[in-house]
Design a protein around this ligand. Sequence first.
Ligand code: SAM
Ligand code: DTB
Ligand code: SF4
Length: 346
Amino acid sequence: MSSLRHDWSRSEVLALLDLPFADLLQRAHAVHRAHHDANAVQVSTLLSIKTGGCPEDCAYCPQAARYSTGVEAEKLLPLETVVERATQAKAAGATRFCMGAAWRSPKDRDVPKVAAMIRAVRALGMETCATLGMLTSAQAEALRAAGLDYYNHNLDTAPEFYADVIKTRDFQDRLDTLGHVRKVGLKTCCGGIVGMGESREQRAGLLQTLASLPDHPQSVPINRLVQVEGTPLAGTALLDPFEFVRTIAVARLIMPASMVRLSAGRAEMSDELQALCFFAGANSIFYGEKLLTTGNPDVHADQRLFARLGIHALEIDANVDDASANTVHADIIDHPAGARADPIPA
Ligand code: SAM
Ligand code: DTB
Ligand code: SF4
């Protein structure tokens, strides 16, 4: 859509992050309302289909084999287990099911197995997302042909901070995979992690890079570092919660049509902080007791929070094709504010 900008400069993005808090929130919320139903939140459930033992050295990650975090390496889950977990997630109210694997990149022999999972989850009537590491074009195409809707591949941090956090691949590798994924027509879920000791300017760098991609990612997960004992980033100074809200607000301002996900880190956030994030423009969450290996708020807590805030869950709508449509077509089930507690979208 022509009104979406892809030419934000670093200094413009930094100037937004620097705004007085009330001015920033007011602007972000106005943009949020112009593009989305401000009381609707999309819910995705995550499942780790292949846990631990990863050869990469991402300094934040409990699944890297080289760090002693207590996460044991497991084999790829059987198809039946994945279907069972997706069925439960759907019954609890999730509309998207995201399958994550602790791989640098999938082996070709893994792809048909993951494709079978994607077909089965799709057959349940859920949107599908996968995050499997770096992909070739052929692998991306095989996943798309199986019915994959989204591929998650995060840029994670600013280009100039990347090597401080990850040394086993580089920033360009991430951009290359995102290119392969876009080329075959998959929607992208791409964001990053804040609270890793980066500067505000580096947060601006991450956001600016995301908004400069050829298409704004349809989903933009903003993760707050979950500090896991044994990883190099455990013990990092905690990010000011208002700085986290600012990051969400600027993501909303510069990628107005995208779904901005309040992602990892919610288990350590107060309800009030999450409410501020929703006001600032977050309109998607991970829902279910676990992320991949770490905790997430329990579903009843999220149901209560939604009810207290008058938030309803966004239903899948076949007409919602991508964020570039720049319009909300989604069928929002209308519930009186505060009336619902169970299950989330019902
Ligand atoms: N191995 C694949 C990859 O790295 O792309 C997919 C799985 S990986 C766990 C997916 C994403 O989880 C990472 O890109 C990172 O953004 C996020 N993540 C991992 N550990 C995290 C942590 N401790 N806190 C916040 N986000 C984390
Ligand atoms: C994303 O941006 N965050 C999710 C999902 N995409 C795959 C993963 C968060 C992982 C948090 C650490 C863990 O549970 O292992
Ligand atoms: Fe492996 Fe992904 Fe964790 Fe990095 S973030 S160590 S690639 S599972």
